[in-house]
Unconditional design. Structure first.
Length: 242
């Protein structure tokens, strides 16, 4: 899974990196190195009516359309921040969004906590990012929920895949990273062929160009939010990365 991530780039940098030719948020989001569920995040999506690519914001964690109470709806978000690629097309919370409302979620990198099944100390946090310093383009879905009072809340979730390659010993899951040459097909709201969409999430080099390093436990507390959270630390033997 992916339960925390970092996004510190200014919106103008994301506009260039993700080919935004439509709207951008009137109020840019602050840089954050410890984004937690229910927080506002950037999403990249295509507008069916204008044909333009927009940079928008959404609350992290899909809210099911059946919730009728704001408190229950907000509480549900932490359980719907990730959608498994193996079942996203059939789960009630996610399936409609997968067919009609897909997005990219920009991230500097994301955190993962080692499980007891790997070679590292359980709950040891790691930070995974691109070797070239570019943004990760996480495959995502988005939705809109309307409260009984008429407030519209836009929400989003990250799609995950079984971990492969050097990431597998850290954790059993990893986000789906969408390659640039698949962005257009993924973001196209008119592309609703389930098998075609599933194929876009599969390719052999899913972990290509990535790097991972251990970080301090300070990332565990949401109140901590600074660039130092991604600073590498050395692990003692036998828990040395690679």
């Amino acid at each position: 899974m992916c339960g925390r991530f970092a996004q510190s780039k200014m919106d103008d940098a994301l506009v260039e990196e993700f080919g935004i030719n439509g709207t951008v948020p009137q109020s840019p989001l602050p840089a954050s190195w410890n984004i937690a569920p229910s927080k506002e995040i950037y999403i990249v999506r295509d507008n069916l009516e204008t044909g333009m690519r927009n940079l928008d914001t959404a609350s992290w964690g899909i809210i099911g359309h059946w919730y009728k109470d704001m408190l229950q709806a907000k509480a549900s978000q932490s359980h719907a921040i990730n959608a498994r690629c193996e079942s996203v097309f059939e789960k009630p919370t996610f399936r409609d969004s997968f067919r009609k409302r897909r997005c990219l979620i920009p991230a500097d990198g994301y955190y993962e906590w080692a499980t007891a099944l790997g070679r590292y100390k359980p709950k040891q946090p790691f930070y995974i990012s691109r070797q070239d310093g570019g943004s990760l383009s996480l495959a995502g879905i988005w939705s809109s929920w309307t409260s009984p009072e008429g407030e519209v809340i836009e929400t989003a979730a990250i799609i995950t895949h079984e971990a492969i390659g050097f990431l597998a010993p850290i954790h059993s899951r990893m986000p789906v990273f969408m390659p640039r040459d698949r962005w257009q097909a993924w973001l196209d709201p008119q592309n609703r062929e389930i098998e075609q969409l599933r194929a876009l999430m599969e390719y052999p080099e899913l972990d290509g160009g990535l790097q991972a390093h251990a970080v301090a436990d300070s990332v565990n507390a949401v109140r901590n939010d600074a660039p130092t959270l991604v600073t590498p630390i050395l692990l003692g033997e036998p828990e040395t990365l690679f």
